[in-house]
Design a protein around this ligand. Sequence first.
Ligand code: ZN
Length: 129
Amino acid sequence: METVSVESKQREELVEITRQVKMAVRNLQIRNGSIIVYVPHTTAGVVINESADPSVGKDIVNFLGKMVPQNSNYLHAEGNSDAHIKASLLGNSQIIPVSEGEILLGTWQGIFFAEFDGPRSRKVLVGES
Ligand code: ZN
């Protein structure tokens, strides 16, 4: 397993980690197969989507904010239930195929750490799957 460190700067944001994941695959010396990108947190997730236009990530965060309000009749007393729900909606892992040492992302795809209760120091685990 390789660990990618992420320093989120806002309460909610998508932080692109494509470059770090590629470096992890290189360090793990995986040639062919697949990797898992796993987020070991309860208020953050990982999503693969468009990296060319940063507006897409902002739209995703903004729309999730409309779907899941920060304040509602939540039972969880910590005050971050919306973050737990948003993280659950996106999921905390992605499987990505690897061929000849390269992850097989589409032309417009990037890998994003999805922060919903930042800013914080976070980590993402990358391993052979
Ligand atoms: Zn909580």
